[in-house]
Write a protein that binds this ligand. Structure first.
Ligand SMILES: [Zn+2]
Length: 332
């Protein structure tokens, strides 16, 4: 039997989000040896992003008492549209960045191969290697956090589309009369179920006269309400907060029913910050799917929550490197 010494080499996985850079260093089994989260406070540009990345990789290696020589590679999961072949971020709307080369500067500093992917594609790959997607080649990993996006695995292969933007379900319309979305469209799924969308709906209803414990939680500053606060209020029995999560379940159910009818997946794996409140909306979500999706695909699918936690996309970035080395057939 061929066995691999998992500790012989290490991999750095980086998740570049809107407010955080998360990095892990793992062995070949994706066991985390050290981790680091950098909170992005100021507006970043191309130069500062690369500077932060280099510093984060250096720190996490130091923490694990490793050097770049111990690395098999560095994987980067970047939000927005990514060109994996060119190793760059094509467009990251939430950071306002275009055409940022990520591979080149990191390869120059660390002298190891650097792979760049969309963060949700990375999340899906991580689930297929080490998480809920291990037992099936047909699943969709959906991230619901600051934004909403999906990584699609069909017949054991990542599906990326003609120009690397497949899976942008956050910008599919689920309410013709819904609020304006960051993409300019109205009633997108993301404008109704993301963390900021949940916070915004709560603030709006309080402005319209609804009473809520959130008024105390935010210290009377309605603009300071966050998705986490709405979660906390719901657990304190707050009626408004509970209603908003039920509505989140319904809209998410509509969005997922469309996916289920189109792609007939075996599993949908949910991750991202909003799933910390999944117990508050999962029943409503499942009921909506039963109501709205066709019988045959609805019976075939199960909706599960990722167990990878806040480093799910960083672990996913590690698997980008593993995938290139050990499973070229999944990578097209
Ligand atoms: Zn949109």
């Amino acid at each position: 039997m061929l066995r691999i010494n998992a500790d012989a080499y290490h991999i750095v996985g980086i998740d570049i989000g809107i407010h955080h850079i998360r990095a892990v260093v793992t062995n070949l089994n994706a066991d985390i040896k050290a981790s680091e989260t950098l909170t992005l406070t100021e507006q970043i540009n191309q130069e500062t992003l690369v500077k932060h990345l280099i510093a984060t990789v250096s720190h996490v290696l130091e923490r694990a008492s490793l050097t770049p020589k111990d690395l098999m590679g560095i994987g980067i999961g970047m939000h927005g549209v990514v060109d994996p072949e060119a190793g760059k971020a094509v467009f990251a709307p939430n950071l306002g960045l275009r055409d940022v080369s990520l591979r080149e500067p990191l390869e120059q500093v660390f002298s190891v191969p650097v792979h760049v992917e969309n963060d949700v594609v990375a999340f899906a790959l991580g689930e297929s290697w080490f998480g809920e997607g291990k037992d099936t080649g047909n699943f969709i990993a959906v991230n619901i956090g600051e934004g909403v996006g999906a990584g699609i695995i069909l017949n054991g292969q990542i599906y990326k589309g003609a120009s690397f933007s497949a899976g942008e379900i956050g910008h599919t319309t689920v309410d013709m009369n819904g609020p304006r979305c960051s993409c300019g469209n109205y009633g997108c799924l993301q404008s109704l179920v993301s963390g900021p969308a949940i916070a915004r709906q709560a603030a709006q209803q309080i402005r319209e006269g609804r009473a809520s414990k959130l008024t105390d939680l935010c210290g009377d500053d309605l603009d300071a309400i966050t998705g986490e606060m709405v979660d906390r209020a719901a657990r304190m029995g707050d009626e408004l907060a509970r209603e908003i999560f039920l509505q989140t379940g319904r809209y998410l159910g509509i969005g997922l029913a469309n996916l289920i009818n189109t792609l007939n997946p075996r599993k949908i794996i949910l991750g991202g910050g909003v799933t910390n409140a999944s117990d508050l909306f999962l029943d409503e979500l499942n009921a909506t799917i039963q109501e709205r999706a066709m019988d045959t695909p609805a019976k075939a699918v199960s909706i599960v929550i990722s167990r990878q936690g806040e480093y799910a996309s960083a672990i996913g970035a590690v698997t980008i490197v593993l995938n290139g080395l050990f499973a070229p057939q999944i990578y097209v």
